[in-house]
Design a binder for this molecule. Structure first.
Ligand code: OAD
Length: 236
């Protein structure tokens, strides 16, 4: 089976009703990123940080996967589809994708701020005083700014193996995730996004852009990949 590797970002969940991070209406408006998404912030103001993620979790419980998530899931019938997502939501999984690697953690999980304890919390709130069995404070299982991205090596391996590589709904501004495009060996790189992410540093790569929202763009992309050289097709 041909391997499709997808790098997704907040834009794929926009049509489900979750805000993206950058640009108008971005999630961080009114919150400086460092105020909510760093270990320092958590130590200085744990209530604020936990409440911020509690609100994100509550919002997630109210939304559904959209057509873009479902298109990727349905492609598993024909391809080995691997999703590498920067998103901390669970909409790829709820849309039916079975192989999803979360680079930046997951809202539905908590981990201990001291030991290695991890736990699925679904859409429940974490409070100051929600402790692990060893008595330490739990925190969201999110990769915060300044922290290592443990899944990046696995992601690089996947990207190297891709027969088809798709980027959808990410500004390609946050590293190391954005750097994954440099490991792509297959061609072209498909990008579905109403904006033009990576336009500078991808100029030496063969890129086919679908400048549209994820659901519409993935529908078009799905037909286009049949022509991909990796699948024995040719571009005209
Ligand atoms: P951004 O908010 O930086 O970028 C969202 C991208 O989605 C932009 O390129 C938009 O043009 C595009 N977009 C907007 N609406 C869309 C739609 N309906 N369909 C398709 N694309 C659309 O989000 P990310 O690139 O995911 O990290 O941000 C990367 C990381 O920055 C996040 O994972 C988060 C944040 O800091 C952590 O939380 C660690």
């Amino acid at each position: 089976m041909q391997k499709i590797v997808v790098l997704s970002g907040a834009g794929i969940s926009a049509e489900s009703g979750l805000s993206t991070f950058r640009g108008a209406g971005g999630l961080w408006e009114g919150h400086r990123v460092q105020d909510v998404a760093s270990l320092e912030a958590f130590f200085h103001n744990p209530d604020m940080v936990l409440n911020f993620y509690n609100a994100r979790r509550s919002a997630l419980a109210e939304v559904k996967p959209n057509k873009a998530h479902i298109i990727l899931a349905d492609l598993e019938r024909e391809y080995d589809v691997r999703v590498i997502t920067q998103n901390v939501d669970d909409l790829h999984e709820r849309g039916g994708s079975s192989k999803v690697l979360h680079l930046h953690g997951e809202l539905t999980k908590a981990k201990c701020s001291v030991c290695s304890y991890k736990k699925t919390i679904a859409y429940k709130h974490l409070e100051v005083g929600t402790l692990c069995p060893n008595g330490h404070q739990l925190r969201p299982d999110i990769v915060w700014f300044g922290e290592a991205v443990p899944a990046i090596e696995e992601a690089i391996e996947l990207v190297l193996q891709a027969d088809i590589f798709l980027v959808v709904g990410t500004s390609l501004e946050v590293y190391p995730a954005a750097g994954l495009v440099h490991y792509v060996r297959c061609r072209p790189i498909y990008i579905v996004d109403p904006a033009e992410p990576g336009s500078g540093y991808l100029s030496s790569k063969e890129v086919i852009r679908f400048r549209m929202n994820a659901a519409e763009g993935l529908e078009k992309w799905k037909n286009e990949i049949k022509k991909s050289p990796a699948l024995g097709g040719t571009f005209t």
